[in-house]
Write a protein that binds this ligand. Structure first.
Ligand code: NAD
Length: 509
């Protein structure tokens, strides 16, 4: 543990807020705890309201200068940030493993996502394109341009303590915005380590403080002041649906903008024409990866009745092979849940499954004994369920997989779309008609729809996000950068007349 912290210049006590330089925080002390053993890794001094206010003021001040820097030059700084992350990929990946319990490969994968986002943003910095339009008036030119927006508040969830910030921060930086990051109080150390690395890059380029800001703190002192702050025109929030609803109301009441990336309840339809081998591998990765704590975790398998037994038997065999334990060890496939509360939520959900007529087919135990003293380790669980069981509509943030039988594809799609969330979805089939039906107007209602690929593990090049209770936000690739800029329509009259639009005459002699 110490060697991971040493490599990243982390100390047993850290400040939780800064603008490029740490400030002496006056808020409460937060214990950063590893779910691997339940031990405290470091103590974090949190920000209070006054500290938050200082950070917000500084980021607004820095925005005035940063927005003047040409976008490709901002991209050059982001390029250097990507390289700094490359140099620290292994150490940061290990810290994520330590802090939130995902296995090493997934921890490093998260840093790779940050690097990919940096690379993507560098290219985008030369492509902040606006359109030109044909004016209806003679000798007039019309075009739209994209301008920097202001400080962007980025609120992140515990389960992606680094990548989600990069999905937002990298495009925000090239857009000319400054960033105020409020990480989850369950994962503050990763955020602190990332800031230490990236602030160095800013300092090496003589960029003044206030561009990248961090503020760890509780809801009263930091969360609410941030979402209610009129200095922050955009709040990008990742987390539970309940959090999104609260934040959305607060930001809307001041007519601010939001990007909401909320819970998922992702389903895979496995048809009788599926390649069972790849379907199986995708389901196991999607359901068990990150111990079922991804927004894109596969939670529901809607499987054709003819192949139900074949698939469930193959899943049992695969689940028996899953090595559960210390995620720092290379042989481990599944680490712990984030805390004991998450374990309790899982057990409560499994009780509901039984009460509602479902059957637990495999797993679901809380592990005890040597190596499992923290009480955060569980066996992944497979249940047989019906689509109309209320528990199936909820996102239980744990490795609980529901198997639901179907007879016709339209029934399968109805089951699939019957949940409130709409993040990621997939179909496994070699039949073109089935695949295209799933992708068509009456198919999947999710923001992400895959064919012969599971629900988790999206590439950064696409716009990431979901519909319905998932919040409607889009982040990462494609044209997501537009959310971090303001659009301005410009019309230039180079004639010597003043013709009005729609041919209106308004002559005064
Ligand atoms: P959470 O909702 O408990 O917390 C998320 C963040 O919101 C934290 O930083 C928290 O401190 C903050 N927060 C909560 N209430 C707030 C308020 N009123 N004002 C300001 N900030 C507030 O979620 P979690 O347990 O950390 O993460 C798990 C959830 O996140 C799951 O539902 C998961 O699906 C979702 N998630 C979604 C995506 C996505 O891209 N759609 C990605 C990762 C996680």
């Amino acid at each position: 543990m110490k060697s991971i912290l040493d490599k990243l210049d982390l100390y047993p006590e850290e400040m939780g807020a800064g603008t490029g330089t740490w400030i002496k925080c006056k808020g409460e002390i937060l214990n950063a705890v590893t779910p691997i053993t339940g031990q405290t890794i470091a103590k974090i001094h949190c920000a209070d309201k006054e500290d938050y206010n200082f950070i917000a003021e500084k980021s607004l001040e820095a925005f005035q200068a940063w927005r003047q820097v040409p976008a490709p030059k901002r991209g050059e700084i982001v390029r250097q940030m990507g390289n700094a992350l490359r140099e620290n990929k292994e150490a940061l990946g290990a810290l994520i493993t330590l802090e939130v319990g995902k296995i090493r490969a997934e921890g490093e994968g998260e840093i790779q996502e940050m690097i990919d986002m940096a690379d993507f943003a560098v290219g985008q910095s030369r492509m902040l394109y606006g359109m030109t339009m044909q004016s209806e008036r003679p000798r007039h030119r019309m075009y739209e341009q994209w301008l920097p927006l202001g400080p962007v508040g980025v609120i992140t969830a515990f389960n992606f303590p680094a990548a989600v910030w990069a999905w937002n921060a990298m495009p925000a930086l090239i857009a000319g915005d400054t960033v105020i990051w409020k990480p989850s109080s369950k994962a503050p150390l990763t955020a602190i380590a990332v800031m230490k690395i990236l602030w160095r890059v800013l300092r090496e380029n003589d960029i003044p403080d206030g561009i990248l800001n961090l503020v760890v703190g509780n809801r009263d002192h930091v969360g609410e002041p941030l979402v209610n702050d009129v200095r922050v025109p955009l709040i990008s929030a990742t987390g539970s649906v309940a959090m999104g609803k609260n934040i959305s109301r607060a930001v809307a009441s001041r007519l601010g903008k939001t990007i909401l990336e909320l819970g998922g309840n992702n389903g895979i339809i496995v048809t009788e024409n599926a390649d069972m081998d790849i379907a199986l591998r995708a389901i196991v990765f999607g359901a068990v990866g990150t111990a079922g704590q991804r927004c894109t975790t596969t939670r529901r398998i809607i499987v054709h009745e003819k192949v139900f037994d074949e698939l469930s038997n193959a899943l049992f065999k695969a689940y028996q092979q899953i090595k559960i334990g210390d995620p720092l060890l290379p042989e481990t496939i599944m680490g712990p849940l984030i805390d004991r509360e998450a374990v309790k939520n899982m057990q409560d959900a499994l009780n509901d499954v039984k009460k509602q007529g479902g059957v637990i087919l495999y797993g679901g135990q809380t592990l005890a004994g040597k190596g499992y003293e923290s009480g955060t380790y569980v066996t992944p669980c497979i249940c047989e369920a019906r689509a109309n069981m209320p528990i199936v509509s909820q996102e239980t943030f744990a490795p609980v997989l529901y198997l639901i039988r179907y007879k016709t594809l339209s029934e399968a799609i109805d089951y699939h779309n019957a949940v409130p969330q709409g993040l990621s979805s997939a179909i496994f089939t070699r039949d073109l008609h089935e695949a295209e039906t799933f992708l068509g107007q009456s198919g999947s209602d999710c923001g992400i729809a895959n064919v012969n690929i599971g629900t988790s593990g999206a590439e950064i090049g696409g716009a990431f996000g979901g519909e319905k209770d998932t919040g409607g936000g889009r982040e990462a690739g494609s044209d997501s950068w537009k959310a971090y800029m303001r659009r301005q329509t410009c019309t230039i009259n180079w004639s010597k007349e003043l013709p009005l639009a729609q041919g209106i005459r308004f002559d005064v002699d």
